[in-house]
Write a protein that binds this ligand. Structure first.
Ligand code: NAD
Length: 335
């Protein structure tokens, strides 16, 4: 059976990356659209065969409660709006997929978890790398002991941000700079590669505040994480440098992905007791986007919890808040 998704927020990621991927889904279909722009509702409604009865504005969105075709609302708006739309979707009796970062504060994440719990609906965060073949292979190799216990992770995520007027550079809508948007991939990877939660954080920020892009949010913020096992992570996050990689090292070897968390083109190298060599992971049946969409549908159909539930989103936001505090106060913050 295929569950019905409503996509809320018809921006770049929704329309260019996610919506075309329903074609490869087994358990998910696109059945409704929610947007503040009537022209987008018309264009994408016609393109995807969504009838007018299944097209909503942000004002009429709450009427989705009366639409039995919609099982899940996928929130793909600027970060600062994730909480309110998640709460409204849950109140309308719908399950929720919400993009990363889950919200702009840990308190908002907690409110979103509470809203979905109260409604008896599932909440999943769009951590697509957990469904990507190379990342799945890296986690499996580590859990199988291929490099021994993880001792050190080095990871960097960044890109050059352009248009100074975009929402990513407005604190009220983004919650912060590169860390909220792209550095979160370094943090999330360090957590899923170790399978542990950090207990202490250091951080250092570098932002040219005279640059019109960085009036409200940070550019570079590098941070270190200490895990309970003694594993450590050096993590980079930037809006003026391009990278997307991680290397995980232990006493028996290392695994490297570069790029690591991109939309496509992941490349893996590993030294597992021998010389470094390229490695091709076991193929996955579906691309990361379709697999992510189907995961929530399957969890709903079978009564399981998503592997990246709201709790996962909350854990990242708690560490993000500690990273900002560590940078601001120039000290190690314990978690
Ligand atoms: P975008 O700017 O392309 O799209 C945002 C959409 O939200 C637009 O359609 C815009 O009209 C709408 N919107 C509604 N209210 C708005 C408001 N008050 N101000 C501005 N826009 C408003 O952004 P995007 O790149 O599609 O990002 C959307 C979300 O998806 C963000 O949370 C982002 O972090 C996430 N994202 C995730 C990935 C991923 O790989 N998982 C990739 C890109 C973006």
């Amino acid at each position: 059976r295929k569950l019905g998704y409503a996509i809320l927020g018809l921006g770049y990621y929704a329309t260019k990356i996610i919506m075309p991927r329903f074609a490869e889904c087994e358990h998910s279909k696109l059945v409704a659209l929610v947007s503040g722009t009537p022209e987008k509702l018309k264009t994408f409604g016609e393109q995807y065969g969504i009838p007018e009865s299944h097209r909503y504005s942000y004002e009429t969105f709450d009427r989705i409660v009366d639409n039995p075709d919609v099982d899940i609302v996928y929130v793909i708006t600027p970060n600062g709006l994730h909480r309110t739309f998640t709460e409204r979707a849950a109140k309308a009796g719908k399950h929720v997929m919400c993009e990363k970062p889950m919200a702009t504060s840990a308190a908002d994440c907690q409110a979103m978890i509470a809203a979905c719990k109260k409604a008896g609906r599932k909440l999943m965060i769009g951590y697509r790398s957990r469904f990507q073949a190379h990342n799945i292979e890296a986690i499996k190799l580590i859990r199988d002991g291929a490099i021994g216990p993880v001792r050190s992770i080095s990871t960097d995520h960044g890109f050059t941000i352009g248009d100074p007027t975009q929402w990513r550079l407005k604190k009220a809508l983004s919650g912060g700079g590169s860390l909220m948007d792209i550095g979160i991939y370094s943090l999330n990877a360090a957590r899923y590669l170790t399978g542990e939660e950090p207990v202490a954080v250091n951080a250092m920020e570098s932002t040219d505040r005279s640059n019109p892009r960085f009036k409200e949010v940070e550019d570079i913020i590098n941070f270190q994480l200490l895990f309970p096992s003694g594993a450590t992570a050096q993590c980079g996050s930037a809006y003026t440098a391009n990278f997307n990689r991680y290397r995980v090292s232990g006493p028996k070897g290392w695994i490297e992905l570069d790029p690591a968390t991109s939309y496509q083109g992941q490349s893996m190298r590993a030294a597992l007791g021998g010389p470094p060599a390229p490695r091709e992971p076991a193929p996955q049946a579906k691309n990361q986007f379709s697999a992510q969409l189907d995961h929530l549908s399957e969890c709903i159909l079978t009564g399981r919890e998503p592997i990246v539930s709201g709790e996962e989103g909350l854990k990242d936001l708690r560490v993000i808040e500690a990273i900002y505090r560590a940078a601001r106060e120039g000290r190690t913050v314990k978690l």
